[in-house]
Design a protein around this ligand. Structure first.
Ligand code: ADP
Ligand code: MG
Ligand code: ZN
Length: 481
């Protein structure tokens, strides 16, 4: 897309809450069980069964609201949203709809310089986050359809983003930030393949400078971060071409075909179906006190954004470094343990973003499967700090051996005889020997020809088999001259 047009994107994200039981009954909230084994009269929608609200789901919604600086509504309620589908046994979904417990918050995400013209973070608005129950799951085969109601009644938090995003990259970063946040809060396991974290993307394109939005298309079934970005790239291009051709897109719902790399129409959106919303008579209005909100605030874990800020202040890291370290919790935890153990947070950061990340990328997996303990990394850093080995030896020899499981850094250094010679008298002896062997060069250096320093230091290092401490060599050489 050239500068003439601009994309407008808003995401709707469905987050399955990590409660032990379902939203309105005591059935287990668990993925992967025998189909229809986690059901009861309430979630099967049998006549006369009464729902009872799961208070934990409400607490999780409030925690999310607080984390995004949203307003927590002290009075909200539930509605019946009527539609007919086999995986919705009651014939309606219980949802908060537009009167949500969480409204008007924002997520801080990196702005896309390609469309904003400047680097820096932006605030992407969240219109509301409302509680609702999930539907069951249909599987369509050639001659029949199967329905599994284990998922029916699982608590969902639907997070409705404002149309504040201006490129597929911003949508991607928004989703990543949201994903990180709900995992850090412990309210969702974030598993996109199992459907615990699902995203629908709304996108339109308009001429730059125009206030009114263009016609919007909703893309469903985006079950990976990469697909969100690819599908949006595809749609923005498609809209731009249609607008350029004078026709423009029509409002519709489309699906992403990952195999073909294109979006395809699912259904036209004819002015919105009539869901005949009305207040759920079997549930009382949801009332939340200030005291309850404050109690939840007090029990919240440290959020990724807070942790990042603390890393900058406590460990003297740059914004970029702190950001990279706090991308995922186990990685950040690992960093903190090793930084504390070795007492050198800057070096620990360098190792985490350098050798450690490279090893994870090369081998796949994560910090937890790499097989190097935080203690091991800390010991390696300490050995460099105490000049037992130099940085090159640490990176090129000890670290690969550590990865290969050859024991602790101390063991590896001992076994391979890698320890530097840091004993002053031993180094003095080597320096004297080299000076005596090269009297002409030594006197030229003494006379001020600095070029010969490199030559002599090289000879000394070689005589010390690379194991003498270079800083000490320089100091002793100065003293001798
Ligand atoms: P609906 O009730 O049809 O779902 P909403 O007004 O609730 O519509 O908006 C749903 C989502 O669509 C929100 O995330 C919002 O940011 C996004 N959205 C609304 N209008 C546009 C637009 N013109 N272009 C892109 N996204 C939009
Ligand atoms: Mg909607
Ligand atoms: Zn049930």
């Amino acid at each position: 897309m050239q500068e003439r047009y601009e994309a407008v994107i808003g995401l709707e994200v469905h987050v399955q809450l990590l409660t032990r039981s379902k939203m309105f009954c005591s059935c287990a909230n668990r993925y992967g069980a025998e189909p229809n084994s986690l059901t009861c009269p309430v979630c099967l929608g049998l006549p006369g069964a009464l729902p009872a609200l799961n208070a934990k789901a409400v607490d999780m919604a409030i925690a999310f609201g607080l984390a995004i600086g949203a307003n927590i509504r002290e009075k909200s309620r539930f509605y019946r949203k009527q539609y007919f589908y086999p995986d919705l046994p009651k014939g309606y979904q219980i949802t908060q709809g537009p009167v949500a417990v969480v409204e008007e918050g924002a997520l801080e995400i990196p702005g896309d310089p390609a469309v904003r013209g400047v680097e820096g973070n932006i605030l992407a608005g969240v219109e509301r986050a409302h509680l609702e129950e999930d539907s069951g799951k249909s599987t369509h085969e050639s001659k029949r359809s199967l329905v599994d109601l284990n998922r029916a009644g699982v608590p969902l938090l639907e997070i409705v983003g404002k149309p504040d995003l201006r490129s597929p990259k911003e949508a991607y970063d928004y989703l990543k930030t949201l994903h990180r946040l709900v995992i850090a809060l412990g309210i969702c396991d974030g598993n996109m393949e199992e459907g615990s974290f699902r995203c629908d993307a709304n996108v339109s394109v308009r001429p730059k400078g125009q206030d009114a939005f263009g016609t919007r298309v909703e893309i469903k079934n985006l079950n990976s971060f990469r697909f969100v970005r690819q599908a949006l790239d595809y749609e923005v291009k498609r809209h731009t071409e249609l607008i350029g051709a004078g026709s423009g897109p029509v409002q519709e719902t489309r699906g992403w075909d990952a195999g073909k790399g294109e979006t395809r129409i699912q259904r036209e959106k004819a002015g919105g179906a009539d869901y005949r919303y009305f207040p759920e008579p079997d549930l009382p209005p949801l009332e939340i006190t200030r005291a309850e909100i404050e109690a939840i605030r007090a029990s919240m874990p440290e959020l990724p954004s807070q942790r990042k800020a603390r890393f900058i202040v406590s460990y003297g890291l740059t914004d970029y470094e702190a950001d990279m370290l706090t991308q995922d919790r186990p990685f950040a935890d690992y960093y903190e343990s090793s930084a504390k153990l070795c007492g050198n947070p800057k070096q620990a950061c360098n190792w985490m973003l350098g050798e450690m990340s490279r090893a994870i990328n090369e081998r796949g997996g994560s910090i937890e499967t790499l097989g190097v303990s935080a203690e091991g990394l800390a010991e390696l850093i300490s050995m460099v700090d105490s000049r037992t080995i130099n940085l090159t030896t640490a990176k090129e020899t000890v670290f690969p051996a550590l990865l290969a499981g050859e024991g602790s850094p101390g063991d590896i250094v001992k076994k391979r005889g890698l320890a530097q010679i840091s004993d002053t008298s031993a180094i003095e002896a080597i320096v004297e020997e080299v000076l005596a062997a090269h009297p002409a060069q030594a006197s030229e250096l003494r006379a001020g020809n600095a070029k010969l320093r490199g030559f002599l230091v090289g000879r000394i290092m070689k005589a010390g088999k690379g194991k003498v401490n270079p800083q000490m060599v320089n100091e002793i050489l100065d003293a001798k001259l």
